[in-house]
Design a protein around this ligand. Structure first.
Ligand code: RP5
Ligand code: MG
Ligand code: MG
Length: 268
């Protein structure tokens, strides 16, 4: 079973030391003297996109269900709920409460993986010495951790994932300066490369990120060449990365570009 790393043993949100959980004690069914701190960011209280406080009598979430227009269903299957708190399906993280995430349980995101081939001056596709062509993927730099990441974001309540993918791409990589309809044709042809848990630094024992990652590939590069990329919203930079095993990305995004390289038969 997958062992999360990013959301374990570090300092949470630059504030709170996570209770140390070693590799062998991640799983909930392994007994040990586990005393994680509780943290729920005050900044979340009263936010329309966030759950009510966990101790608010009006907070009556329907876990493992579509709760009104909030999707509390996990891509990983049914998760356990103990004392009205959902348990992270991948085990202990060293911190309880929802931390800085808006929702208890799964927090659904979508990640657009916009790609094209690396080309030389003569417009020929550049191949690695292993014979495979080199894929380029459009990434952003995140304002919060400063790491390079896919330009993904949260699925709004009731929003179709296909809409989130396009909306977040426009907000973060095009600074909102394009009509949605101009991306329609390109975003209509996507290949899903991953759906599930994300090992995100914001995850806690009771709240975690999940995503649907979809690859939108421009085979000849002509469409992407016409776009003017510019960081927007919470992104602070644009980075075209050359896909390989050496690329370090936010959370578990490297796994997503690995799956994309396999799909496109690109160098990794
Ligand atoms: C990651 O957080 C997801 O894969 C997605 O890229 C991102 C969504 O959160 P925000 O970018 O909205 O902070 O886990
Ligand atoms: Mg965003
Ligand atoms: Mg984002």
């Amino acid at each position: 079973i997958f062992k999360h790393i990013v959301c374990r043993n570090g300092i949470y949100a630059n504030k709170i030391q996570r209770f140390i959980v070693d590799d062998e004690r991640i799983q909930w069914n392994i007994d040990f003297d586990y005393k994680p701190p509780f943290y729920e960011s005050e900044g979340l209280i009263g936010k329309p996109w966030a759950d009510l406080a966990s101790d608010d009598p009006n907070f009556k979430p329907q876990f493992n269900a579509i709760d009104g227009n909030v999707n509390r269903v996990s891509h990983t299957g049914d998760y356990k709920v103990v004392n009205n708190l959902p348990l992270n399906p991948f085990g202990r993280t060293g911190i309880t409460g929802r931390g800085i995430l808006g929702r208890y349980g799964p927090n659904h995101a979508a990640d657009p993986i916009v790609s094209t081939w690396k080309r030389d001056r003569n417009n020929e596709i550049v191949k690695h010495e292993d014979g495979y062509p080199i894929l380029r993927v459009l990434c952003i730099q995140r304002g919060d951790t400063k790491e390079i990441a896919l330009p993904g974001g949260m699925v709004d309540p009731g929003e179709q994932v296909s809409v989130t993918l396009k909306r977040e791409f426009i907000e973060e990589a095009l600074n909102g300066k394009i009509q949605e309809s101009e991306l329609d044709d390109f975003f209509n042809k996507g290949d899903e490369v991953y759906k599930g848990y994300v090992d995100d630094p914001r995850n806690t024992d009771n709240a975690w990120m999940e995503t649907v990652a979809v690859n939108f590939h421009d085979e000849d590069g002509t469409f992407l060449n016409k776009l003017k990329f510019e960081a927007g919203d919470d992104a602070i930079g644009i980075h075209w990365i050359e896909v390989s095993k050496d690329v370090k990305l936010y959370a578990s995004h490297a796994k997503l570009i690995k799956a994309t390289a396999a799909l496109r038969k690109a160098h990794f």
